[in-house]
Design a protein around this ligand. Structure first.
Ligand code: HEM
Length: 417
């Protein structure tokens, strides 16, 4: 690891860190199999950077700190879902110190939509490069041309709602994976870490790339949904509760429009999944902070759920609930009983809640079907019994104040069945 030794012997400038050389080595064998000697050198780099971070805190130092945090998770024995997905490098929420949602939703919504498009476009670019033999990355279990074509079709569909929200519709909307990649390359915000730093699979199976990017895309969406729900709660608790209509509507739209992401994931080869998941033990979406925030912002979880592995896996969200976090369910009930939410405004809030509940229920059922297909009767990596856990929680009510409105069975749900 000459480049890294050279860097360590020099002025250890974070902006000159040999990312490409380090990534090449991680990619050659998979994160689970990286040589201890390289990890020890990276640990040295981390100590050097920690000294700098305390003093400067500039963007290059922060990027390197975050990268090393993710690269060394297995070495430290703290590998989990958040480090597996490199959420910190994607600037997605992953801990108690996450910033509060911005008052003006437009900029945040657009930033999330851009990230989602870039994640999907990058997935398809990798599929095309592998099919064209222009990359040697992750060579095991490459899919055939029909699967690659299907992935490209589904990926373009999965990105199109976010593109439409960004104003790219009609003739401006990308029609192929190649077009999507071209559009996405203009959407990278200046100063953000390059996307390639957030791809550290544990193994060299081709489909792990797709798996990671789809999970990251959903994390991006859940983070957006959580923010919308937080703002809906604030509106319902305030003097203009009707403002919750837009927030609840946008939360439902985000989740509903994401359906094709599951169709994309459903093209994963179960054999590939079984291969790389041998090395993902301990990283499960049960640790998704944003998903549990969504669940607990809808209504307060019952005591047994709060005390189960589901919420014990996200201690900071559990603490928020125990600290009396307000929810859409109770804020809606109070707004109605106080007489602050009446007439057509009240009916519209209830309708948006019902649609959101139906959409989340549909997400849970589709997730369960994909999990059954990929996992069969194996236990989960989050230490549950696996799909029986998912089946049990998929029928949990989203709200108690309003029943779900059954969403129409869209093409996504039928395809994943
Ligand atoms: C191959 C595909 C997938 C399989 C086999 C799978 C399997 C599972 C299993 C078995 C669990 C239970 C917890 C555990 O023991 O790990 C779980 C939980 C969860 N999964 Fe997945 N999953 C898949 C894809 C996804 C995707 C794409 C997402 C999107 C982020 C996702 C989000 C979640 C969430 C949020 C939970 C926690 C649910 C709860 O605690 O109520 N999963 N998954």
């Amino acid at each position: 690891m000459r480049a890294l030794t050279h860097w360590l012997c020099g002025r250890t400038e974070p902006r000159l860190f040999p990312y490409s050389a380090v990534l090449d080595e991680f990619h050659r064998v998979g994160k689970h199999f990286v040589e201890k000697s390289l990890l020890a050198l990276l640990d040295g780099a981390r100590q050097t950077t920690a000294g700098r971070a305390a003093g400067s805190g500039d963007a290059a130092t922060r990027q390197l700190t975050d990268f090393l945090d993710i690269a060394l998770d297995k070495w430290d024995g703290r590998y989990d879902y958040r480090s597996y997905l490199a959420l910190r490098l994607l600037r997605l929420p992953c801990g108690a110190d996450d910033p509060a949602p911005a008052a003006d939703p437009t900029a945040t919504r657009q930033a999330r939509d851009r990230l989602l498009v870039r994640l999907v476009a990058d997935t398809l670019a990798f599929e095309l490069a592998a099919a064209a033999h222009t990359t040697e990355l992750f060579p095991q279990h490459r899919p055939g041309p029909a699967v690659v074509a299907k992935r490209c079709r589904l990926g373009v569909r999965a990105a199109s709602p976010a593109l439409a929200r960004l104003g790219l519709t009609g003739a401006d909307a990308p029609a192929t994976a190649g077009d999507l990649h071209a559009v996405a390359s203009d959407l990278a915000p200046a100063g953000d870490p390059p996307l390639r730093l957030s791809m550290l699979p544990v193994h060299v199976t081709h489909d792990e790339y797709l798996f990671i990017r789809v999970l990251q895309s959903y994390e991006c969406l859940f983070a957006g949904v959580a923010e919308e729900l937080q703002s809906a709660v604030a509106a319902l608790n305030g003097s203009a509760p009707d403002a919750a209509v837009d927030r609840l509507g946008h939360a439902g739209d985000l989740l509903r429009a994401a359906g094709p992401l599951f169709s994309l994931l459903a093209t994963m080869q179960p054999e590939s999944f079984r291969t790389f998941r041998q090395y993902t033990e301990g990283a499960s979406a049960i640790q998704s902070r944003s998903y549990k925030l969504v669940e607990s912002l809808c209504r307060t979880p019952e005591a047994d759920r709060l005390d189960s592995v589901a919420f014990r896996s996200v201690p900071e969200v559990r603490a928020r609930v125990q600290g009396g976090q307000s929810t859409v369910d109770e804020a809606y009930r109070s707004a109605v009983s106080d007489g602050r939410l009446t007439g057509p405004g009240g009916a519209l809030v209830a309708q948006r809640m019902a649609v959101f509940a139906g959409t989340l229920g549909q997400w849970r059922r589709t997730h369960l079907r994909v999990a059954v297909r990929m996992l069969g009767s194996q236990p989960g990596t989050g230490y549950t019994e696996g799909t029986p856990y998912l089946a049990a929680v998929s029928a949990d009510p989203v709200f108690t104040a309003v029943p779900p409105e059954p969403p129409s069975a869209g093409p996504t749900e039928r395809r994943c069945a």
